[in-house]
Design a protein around this ligand. Structure first.
Ligand SMILES: Cc1cc2nc3c(=O)[nH]c(=O)nc-3n(C[C@H](O)[C@H](O)[C@H](O)COP(=O)(O)OP(=O)(O)OC[C@H]3O[C@@H](n4cnc5c(N)ncnc54)[C@H](O)[C@@H]3O)c2cc1C
Length: 447
């Protein structure tokens, strides 16, 4: 007996543009493009990609992106335009959990003094931070350009080499920033990503009221495009008349035709569905290997400030599976927090730790996070009311040494197929939006 898959036999529908992937990049293209004949295909039952959020108590667990970078960023302007409410994350403390202790201070200077490293290392670290600020502040959130000397410097050296890091405790501190920005250690990743993240952390960051997913929800609601969810694209191939796209939805295989196709999925997914890729393009996309991340949230029977103290939003963690712990209730009003009496604590793990967690049952992975939580905050023991977990197999595309050489090939369109997504810039929401704006301009210039 042969099994037959259900194949849609309706006349082949033709669109001007088909967008593959309903994360912030794909949705921004669909929202910005001035065309009513656009189809967006998203594999999951809901759009959002790495912006998904869920409610826990009166609070929000941002399972992926927690904050949007402020200032003059494109993503902040987009959120404003969509009518979303942004709250400044008014962090007043710098902190790290290292050697089983919190180092928390109200200024960077005091923080440096309190770090458990030799005095000479404190001085060296202070000077290096000044140097990073003065030399690289103007490349934050900018589109990496292959001929820009500052990007070249950040592309050709690991963070360990750029900062000449020798002391193991200092290295462990920079590792925690590197892992949160790239999933790799400071001696594995090009300086570009951790330097960007370090400068970001000190700048304005915003919480999206209702959760980061509100940005992608608003884009999906306000686009003129037809949005199909639960539609997993399995094949994209150029044809004489444009691009042929095949997708599966509810057990049926559908085929559609497009004049142009926008791939707004992580690079490994693009590689797996695209046929007949030019060699240079295939090689460039193959460089974009992703690191994994896992995040967990615990609703606890005491306000989060009871554990974190005031002004402390995000704490890098050194030497555990958890690489960062934070307070998702930070921007909620005192009234809500006092009235509710509960708190929410978010932990996350990077590449190696996350891959190990992803092989366990959800309960076992949550136990690992919970043990880290109790180690960091013993007072949380017995207070956990609810827990939630999310794994991201494609969390971040780490910027490895020399990627700048491939960046033009990673971005370039070919045979009516265009590429967007955070990995075509750096990583993060601003990169995803930047990439979408580039693709919209490519499409409107008839490229
Ligand atoms: C844990 C975590 C924390 C983060 N924190 C921050 C933060 O605080 N601030 C920040 O700026 N950034 C943060 N980021 C990064 C940010 O979330 C991403 O850079 C951004 O969301 C990427 O958007 P994208 O549209 O490029 O990709 P994605 O959001 O990954 O969108 C791709 C979409 O394609 C879909 N798809 C995949 N395969 C198919 C297929 N075959 N057919 C159809 N659809 C498919 C996916 O389901 C997905 O919806 C974080 C990421 C993670 C994982």
């Amino acid at each position: 007996m042969t099994t037959q898959s259900n194949v849609s036999t309706s006349a082949l529908q033709t669109y001007d543009v088909v967008v593959v992937g309903g994360g912030i990049a794909g949705l921004t293209v669909a929202y910005r493009i001035e065309n009513n004949n656009v189809l967006l295909l998203e594999k999951e039952p809901v759009v959002g990609g790495r912006t998904l959020s869920v409610n826990m108590g009166p609070y929000v667990f941002n399972q992926g992106a927690q904050m949007i970078p402020g200032g003059e960023t494109n993503v902040a302007k987009l959120a404003d335009e969509l009518g979303l409410e942004l709250t400044l994350i008014n962090k007043t403390k710098t902190s790290t959990y290292i050697n089983d202790k919190f180092v928390i201070a109200s200024s960077e200077f005091k923080y440096l003094l309190d770090l458990p490293i030799p005095l000479v290392e404190k001085i060296k670290m202070g000077l290096k931070i000044l140097r990073i600020r003065s030399r690289y502040s103007d490349v934050v959130d900018k589109s990496p350009r292959s001929r820009d000397p500052k990007f070249l410097e950040l592309d050709e050296k690991t963070l360990v080499d750029l900062l000449n890091i020798r002391d193991p405790d200092v290295k462990a501190l920079w590792d925690s920033i590197s892992k949160s920005s790239s999933t790799l250690r400071a001696d594995q990743v090009a300086s570009f990503q951790p330097v960007n993240t370090f400068l970001h952390h000190a700048a304005d960051e915003f919480f999206v009221e209702g959760g980061t997913v509100e940005v992608t929800r608003a884009l999906a609601n306000q686009t003129a495009a037809r949005v199909e969810t639960g539609a997993s694209v399995i094949r994209v191939a150029s044809s004489d008349t444009g691009v042929a796209i095949q997708y599966e939805q509810n057990g049926t295989t559908h085929s559609v035709q497009a004049r142009k196709c926008v791939m707004a999925v992580p690079a490994p997914v693009a590689l797996s569905v695209l046929r007949d890729l030019p060699d240079a393009k295939r090689a460039a996309l193959a460089q974009c290997e992703y690191g994994a991340m896992s995040s967990a949230a615990f609703l606890v029977d005491k306000p989060s400030e009871h554990f974190f103290g005031k002004g402390n939003w995000r704490v890098p963690v050194v030497g555990m599976t958890t690489i960062g712990i934070g307070d998702p209730t930070f921007t909620f009003s005192e009234d809500v927090k006092l009235q509710d009496g509960r708190g929410l604590i978010r932990l996350y793990a990077g590449d190696h730790g996350s891959r190990t967690l992803q092989q366990m049952s959800d309960d076992a992975a949550l136990e690992v996070f919970e043990n880290d939580l109790f180690h960091i905050f013993p007072a949380a023991r017995g207070l956990v009311l609810e827990r939630s977990l999310k794994h991201w197999p494609y969390a971040i595309c780490p910027w490895r040494i020399g990627r700048l050489d491939a960046i033009d090939d990673i971005r370039s369109p070919h045979n009516n197929i265009h590429y967007c997504g955070d990995y075509t810039e750096n990583s993060g929401l601003e990169s995803a939006v930047l990439s979408a704006l580039r693709v919209v301009s490519e499409l409107s210039n008839g490229q």
